[in-house]
Design a protein around this ligand. Structure first.
Ligand code: PBG
Length: 324
């Protein structure tokens, strides 16, 4: 049936018809809000390149958690800014490290809030790379042991989900192994399975003070030109025991999200990263776009492409819009 017998506009005639046939809906239950936790006391400082996003000290978390929960968001993911960094990133798995304390504080004061943690070394190493260096190269196998320690320390502090973002080979199996040995077999791994070496991480590296001092991350993160390799990376993580597969960044990689959704039956997460968020904010500040509408359309598109779970710095604003 074609025009004039068939008219697609018939079902777009009014808001009730449009919402009746809507294929994709976003809900605040799908959103994860990232939190940057910094050492010190009484700190609540806005990140210049990420308007509306703050670095918070541990004592500020309870208040933030309350607001997040009141918006209908049930999940956060934590990133840490430790007091001291060293070449081995030892602050990452310290018992009283900033993230370990943050997890305890949140689980104490806001037990209903699910806490995921970023498992990586880059925020804790003096050189800013995601693993330990041997001859100026990130050494894969030496890094695995430390990643496992980080994940275990997060689980011991009470983390609900651990999310390795380092892109070392074999880390999911290593983390699953140590968690199971220590009776944390119920802690899921949300793997940053497909993480590209992306320029969209710029503002995050400011926020978490983790830009590599020398070189870049292309020897471990993926080449933006590759899509078939994403399937291989995801397959490896599935075989190693990942529970959730993440694609990162999100907007520039909607095709990858869509392919993973088709190929795998695990839940798919997507990370709407700092640069993707900052661009909306910057254009909004100039009055060139409506930042709220663009944020809503962006997150909807990520969901439409296949992401069940969306991590976004705009999660709170989005939830406010959804609550209407
Ligand atoms: C750490 C990590 C990064 C991001 C999340 N975890 C930075 C990086 O790999 O350089 C980026 C998040 C963002 O840009 O919002 N490995």
């Amino acid at each position: 049936m074609v025009f004039p017998d068939y008219r697609p506009r018939r079902l777009r005639r009014n808001v009730q018809l449009r919402s009746l046939i809507r294929e994709t809906r976003l809900s605040s239950e799908q959103l994860i809000y990232p939190l940057f936790v910094i050492h010190g006391k009484g700190v609540r400082e806005e990140i210049p390149s990420m308007p509306g996003v703050f670095r918070l000290s541990v004592d500020q978390l309870a208040k933030e958690a309350k607001e997040i929960l009141s918006l209908g968001i049930n999940h956060v993911i934590l990133f840490g800014l430790p007091e001291k960094k060293d070449p081995a990133g030892s602050g990452s798995h310290a018992k009283d490290g900033v993230i370990q304390r943050a997890i305890k504080e949140l689980k104490n004061k806001a037990p209903g809030l699910m806490v995921s943690t970023d498992v990586c070394l880059c925020e804790y190493t003096s050189h800013g790379h995601c693993g330990v260096l041997v001859d100026k190269q990130v050494d894969n196998d030496a890094t695995l042991e430390i990643l496992a320690k980080i994940a275990l320390s997060h689980a011991q502090a009470g983390a609900d989900i651990v999310a390795p973002s380092d892109m070392m080979d074999g880390r999911v199996a290593e983390i699953r192994g140590i968690l199971d040995e220590n009776n944390f077999e119920m802690v899921p791994i949300m793997s940053y399975a497909v993480k590209y070496a992306s320029a969209f991480y710029g503002p995050f590296r400011d926020a978490a003070d983790c830009a590599p001092q020398e070189g870049d991350r292309q020897a471990y993160q993926m080449d933006p030109a590759n899509a078939r390799e994403a399937l291989r990376e995801a397959t490896l993580d599935v075989d190693e025991g990942a529970d959730i597969l993440m694609v990162k960044p999100a907007v520039a990689y909607l095709d990858i999200i869509s392919r993973l959704k088709d190929e795998f039956d695990l839940p798919i997460a997507a990370y709407h990263v700092s640069g993707e968020y900052a661009m909306i904010k910057a254009a909004g500040e100039r009055g060139w776009i409506d930042p709220e509408k663009v944020l809503a359309e962006t997150l909807l598109s990520i969901h439409r492409a296949g992401a069940d779970i969306i991590i976004s710095y705009g999660a709170k604003e989005m939830a406010k819009m959804l609550n209407g």
